[in-house]
Write a protein that binds this ligand. Structure first.
Ligand SMILES: *Cc1c(COP(=O)(O)O)cnc(C)c1O
Length: 414
């Protein structure tokens, strides 16, 4: 009797085991992802049910190394600095969101920027804007200037200004748009025309816009850089960077630097960003809606002298913003009227829903004082030339209920 029960049990399990999909039996795939809408790509691109179990969510492949059947014979993965399956899924997804073929993830946005500058040689020159993320400015002036690379920080309000700085040594144009924190808009297509004419590389820091609002490669850029830490991650729980390109040769060089220099992220972080990306389109819509209402409210506030937001029709490059962005985002900077540093600090510390903190692009609203926080590494004189005065505050408008954000602003500004 016992034998019969046991035999039945074994047979039952053999049937169950047989019905579990083996890799070659998996039917699900997302070929032709590029034709799908942005939200569908954000949710699915680069991701398929796990071939060994059918897990719908990409597993966290927490392994540093991979089995080889014989030396060099493996399934595409040898050592996780070079490649890890969780990271590969994310890299494919990010590439799909920028309409590109290649993506690489780095352990931070700065790690990604570092890899781009390492495409250069001593004596090469870079043309870039005079209103850059503070960390980028610091890396260019305090690290790479020591390696014999020359940087020109110029006004990019009119992209044609680039022509005045091009010489035989120029190799790279580095553009940030919208800029941080004064929301200047740089004409990416105009930069690309100049860049192509002189055979340069055009790299665009697309962190503020996110791929939901702007796709620089479609406008002629060669490389898109993201601080994934911001809108792409979206939940203020990961530090990561990315480089995305359609140029096979540039990708090959960047991938070599990526693996050789080693600023690569771990699989847990890749998983968190894959999860974050699934709501990127929903979050961005909400950031834009809240941002629009708050920008208009602040503009009419008696305690505020100036509001920087590219959606205003009188923003100096509003027409370019309209041309190259789908909407205007949730990043807003304000200059307080007649406020000294002490008064600015008092107001910055007076919020309850907005959190006083560096960073941006998360679901929660943040307020930041660039002069002493994100942009403290830029000399005061340089900073003020770019409009980053002591009474400037930067808001990253989150996706909380608008009425709560408005109430907080009204109360804190007094
Ligand atoms: C945050 C940020 C960076 C740097 O990215 P990390 O992930 O912090 O290293 C670069 N550019 C912009 C515009 C940023 O906001």
């Amino acid at each position: 009797m016992r034998v019969v029960v046991l035999t039945t049990y074994v047979i039952k399990w053999l049937i169950v085991l047989q019905s579990i999909s083996l890799p070659q039996q998996l039917k699900f795939n997302m070929k032709g992802t590029e034709k799908l809408g942005f939200g569908t790509r954000a949710i699915h691109a680069g991701q398929e049910p796990d071939p060994t179990t059918g897990a719908v969510m990409t597993p966290i492949y927490q392994t540093s190394t991979f089995w080889q059947e014989s030396p060099g014979k493996h399934q595409g993965y040898a050592y996780a600095r070079g490649k890890n399956p969780t990271r590969t899924a994310l890299e494919k997804c990010l590439a799909a969101l920028e309409n590109a073929n290649h993506g690489l993830c780095f352990s931070s946005g700065m790690g990604a920027t570092d890899a781009v500058v390492k495409l250069l040689r001593p004596g090469d020159e870079v043309i870039t804007g005079n209103d850059l993320y503070g960390g980028t400015y610091r890396m260019f002036t305090k690290v790479f200037a020591n390696f014999g690379i020359k940087f020109h920080f110029i006004d990019l309000y009119d992209a044609n200004n680039i022509n005045n700085y091009i010489n035989a040594n120029t190799k790279l144009i580095w553009v940030e748009t919208p800029t941080n924190p004064t929301m200047q808009i740089v004409d990416i297509a105009a930069c690309a025309t100049i860049s192509k004419k002189h055979n340069l590389i055009l790299a665009v820091d697309n962190t503020f816009a996110s791929p939901y609002l702007q796709n620089p490669l479609d406008l002629g850029a060669d490389i898109v850089m993201h601080s994934v830490t911001k809108y792409l991650g979206g939940h203020s729980d990961v530090v990561m960077g990315a480089l995305i390109t359609n140029d096979d040769k540039i990708h090959e060089q960047l991938a070599f630097i990526h693996n050789s220099c080693g600023a690569t992220p771990g699989p847990q972080d890749a998983f968190l960003v894959l999860r974050g990306l699934k709501t990127l389109h929903l979050r961005m819509k909400a950031h834009c809606e809240n941002g629009r209402e708050i920008a208009h409210f602040l503009r009419n506030h008696p305690k505020i002298e100036k509001v920087y937001w590219p959606g205003f029709t009188d923003h100096p490059n509003h027409e370019i913003a309209k041309k190259q962005m789908r909407d205007f985002g949730g990043m807003i900077s304000i200059v307080l009227k007649d406020a000294d540093l002490q008064e600015t600090f008092r107001i910055a510390s007076n919020f309850e829903v907005f959190t006083l903190a560096e960073s941006l692009g998360g679901v929660e609203s943040l307020i930041n004082h660039p002069a002493t926080m994100t942009h403290a590494s830029i000399p005061k004189e340089e900073r003020e030339k770019a409009g980053v005065v002591d009474s400037l505050l930067r808001l990253s408008v989150g996706v909380e209920d608008l009425t709560d954000l408005m109430d907080d602003l009204k109360r804190a500004l007094g």
